[in-house]
Design a protein around this ligand. Structure first.
Ligand code: UGC
Ligand code: NI
Length: 162
């Protein structure tokens, strides 16, 4: 089994796949009489033939190393995961190779980071590393499955070391 080494999530490394939302640096705006910093409009939300919806996910935490059997993508919409805890979580993506997944990447968030997968990005399903795996999820509500799955012939091992 090939090992995918987990790397820290950065804006730059994740840029081909989506957006990282965090409060790094100064806020874009100070609001509420200066008592709140607004980090404004930090994700590209993109939906076709449907609308944005907010759902709550309670996902089981996974142990590492993780056996990655599949990735999926949503051709009709982006998908945002906002943790409702301060625990880091695992974010798995794959490059697009023609119409199938290519190189797989694994990132670990820092406390307080959220992510938005761009529409059509290959990704692993929501993968908490700690309980409660409680997340607010913004994604497309509309007709059809909006889901393509790719099951690997040989699973990957996702880990912090080889
Ligand atoms: N199926 C579903 O709602 N969630 C997945 O898309 C996921 O990325 O976890
Ligand atoms: Ni998804």
């Amino acid at each position: 089994m090939k090992t995918i080494l987990i790397q820290p999530l950065t804006v730059e490394a994740f840029a081909p796949f989506g957006d990282v939302l965090d409060i790094t640096g100064a806020p874009d705006k100070l609001i509420n009489q200066g008592l709140c910093g607004r980090y404004h409009d930090r994700a590209t939300l993109d939906f076709s033939d449907g609308r944005a919806g907010i759902s709550l996910f309670e996902a089981k935490p996974r142990d590492l190393p993780l056996t990655l059997e599949m990735v999926e993508r949503h051709p009709d919409g982006s998908q945002t995961f906002v943790p409702m805890s301060f625990d880091p979580f695992l974010v798995i993506t794959a490059e697009n190779l023609g119409d199938t997944p290519g190189q797989v990447h694994a990132f670990e968030t820092r406390s307080g980071q959220a992510i938005n997968f761009h529409r059509g990005t290959w990704h692993g399903v929501l993968t908490p590393l700690h309980a409660p795996g409680l997340f607010a999820v913004v994604d497309r509500i509309g007709p059809g499955a909006n889901l393509e799955e790719h099951w690997f012939d040989t699973p990957y091992r996702v880990a912090r070391d080889v």
